[in-house]
Design a protein around this ligand. Structure first.
Ligand SMILES: [Zn+2]
Length: 304
């Protein structure tokens, strides 16, 4: 058994994953317990210990956690959880070696990875894409996350801060971004932007029904084009076998896949489009980050 954890801005999911990738005894708790604790890493260890005891889990091979942050190249140190903050408004984990704390507490191997990388590992396994040369996953939720698998390995930058696509520049954009820059991708293609569109144009429509009711209208069409743009940039750079489309926005009801794909294809560089690529849609499944965390741990242990 590997204990997998998916720590998000709102919820922490935990589960035990068998060697063949089956999720058992899945549980969920609010991330606020960690954010509000005086010792957040200690609180996390407490949550894991309670879970293990309550579910009588034995023979733990490793503990692996996905975090909504970049992780340093050591696969242990969280860089900064900008969307999990304590009462004082400070990020809960900043340049913290979380794996070391877990290892010292439980005396088993511990791994920390970016949550989107774990989800891509899940989606690759779920769709049997392991043998492809390049798989690019882009996940549009509140923000934009991405991960690229090249020859069976996840792309890693020098410091682990690669693929910060939400904050790549959209040329000519002048909207102010939460990061302090202007005209970032997230200002145009994100759940945050969709919320703004709803407030401005469709205040009487629930956000979950925006595609169902308004996908033919100009503000929504422009939003879909903005989302397609980031996929087209990545496709043009990487010439992938497959693009995985996921995150809260594409997983919404009636997301117009056909229109979206037509737009991505039209914007992608012609050399890449000579060959084309497949689209895979990430399934709406709450446990995928937990399973992905376990897959990551197994991958690290096998390559060690
Ligand atoms: Zn930004």
């Amino acid at each position: 058994m590997i204990i997998g954890i998916d720590l998000g801005g709102t919820n922490l999911r935990i589960g035990a994953v068998t060697s063949d990738g089956q999720l058992q005894a899945s549980a969920v708790t609010g991330s606020q317990a960690i954010a509000g604790a005086r010792d957040p890493a200690g609180e996390l260890c407490g949550i894991i210990a309670d879970y293990v005891e309550k579910n009588r889990i034995q023979d733990i091979e490793a503990i692996s956690i996905g975090v909504p942050s970049s992780v340093e190249a050591d696969k242990e140190t969280v860089i900064c959880t900008t969307n999990i903050r304590n009462r004082a408004g400070e990020p809960v984990f900043c340049h913290m070696n979380l794996a070391e704390k877990i290892r010292e507490h439980f005396h088993v191997p511990a791994f920390v990875n970016n949550d989107v990388k774990n989800i891509l590992l899940h989606d690759i396994a779920a769709n049997h894409l392991e043998d492809q040369k390049i798989v690019a996953g882009i996940y549009i939720g509140t923000g934009v996350g991405a991960s690229i698998m090249i020859d069976g390995r996840l792309l890693e930058g020098k410091d682990g801060a690669e693929l910060d696509l939400g904050h790549m520049p959209y040329f000519g954009g002048d909207a102010s971004c939460s990061c302090g820059k202007k005209g970032c991708c997230e200002c145009y293609a994100s759940g945050w932007r969709l919320r703004k569109i709803q407030e401005e144009f469709y205040p009487d429509t629930a956000i979950g029904e925006l595609f169902t009711r308004h996908r033919e209208e100009a503000p929504m069409k422009e939003f879909i084009r903005a989302c397609a743009h980031v996929y087209a940039v990545v496709a043009t750079i990487f010439n992938p076998d497959t693009i995985v489309v996921g995150g809260g926005v594409p997983e919404m009801a009636d997301f117009p896949r056909e229109v979206f794909e037509r737009e991505v294809n039209a914007c992608t560089g012609r050399d890449v489009m000579t060959y084309g690529f497949d689209y895979v849609y990430s399934q709406k499944h709450a446990g995928k980050g937990v399973i992905g965390a376990a897959l990551f741990a197994r991958m690290q242990m096998e390559s060690a």
